[in-house]
Design a protein. Structure first.
Length: 223
């Protein structure tokens, strides 16, 4: 059932990866800590139930990363799904809800058919505090005094920053400017996968590859 597609797939989507609960329960479909990923001769999975699903080529970046539930799950009630990426020269790390770069779906078993999560990882957001820091004009000016004093200081910090823009990071290129090596996109599923009796999903990405536009030989994206 599992299927990887790539190319101009419509709507700006360049890569998809489909899988269902049978795939998740098939031996070898999910890598375990210490298993080789197959991307390079030495790259290893760093945690249980991980899977390589796509590649970001050297100089490339990600515009969108999402997952859609095609068929709702049944039989398991403790599943979490994460999607991250690592340089091709590194082993894959454990993913958690706090460090997932692309997607964090902590209620993976509680999503109805048609439910999508897109761009909710760390690469696509900026914490508000970076716009409000500073002793003179930001929240660092709070002194720990009375509630009234702190309230006045917080109001002043908001006022002093009223002209600043707060927006999502538009893509991975801005999140991590290191573009000299390809990156491995991989997933991790936590929970009691063996209990699943239903479930089907599609991962989808918009991956931009500027070097593919070259007329001559493209540089190697690996190490």
């Amino acid at each position: 059932m599992a299927q990887l597609n790539s190319g101009n797939l419509g709507g700006g989507i360049t890569h998809t990866f489909e899988f269902d609960y049978n795939d998740l329960q098939t031996a070898g479909f999910l890598g375990q800590a210490g298993d080789l990923t197959g991307v390079t001769p030495t790259q290893e999975y760093g945690y249980a139930n991980q899977r390589v699903v796509a590649q970001v080529p050297r100089s490339g970046y990600i515009l969108n990363a999402g997952i859609t539930t095609v068929e709702a799950t049944a039989g398991a009630s403790d599943l979490a799904f994460y999607c991250d990426l690592q340089p091709n020269s590194s082993n894959l790390a454990q993913i958690t809800s706090s460090n997932a770069t692309l997607i964090s779906n902590t209620e993976f078993d509680d999503r109805a058919a048609g439910y999508s999560i897109q761009n909710n990882g760390n690469a696509f957001s900026q914490p508000l505090d970076i716009f409000l820091t500073g002793v003179g004009d930001g929240l660092n000016g709070l002194t720990g005094g009375t509630d009234a004093e702190n309230g006045a200081a917080a109001a002043l910090a908001l006022y002093n920053n009223r002209d600043r823009s707060v927006s999502e990071r538009p893509n991975y290129n801005i999140y991590s400017p290191a573009q000299n090596i390809g990156h491995t996109i991989y997933t991790q599923i936590d929970g009691t996968i063996a209990n699943l009796t239903a479930g089907r999903w599609i991962l989808w990405f918009s991956i931009v590859d500027p070097l593919s536009l070259l007329n001559d030989r493209k540089p190697d994206s690996l190490v």
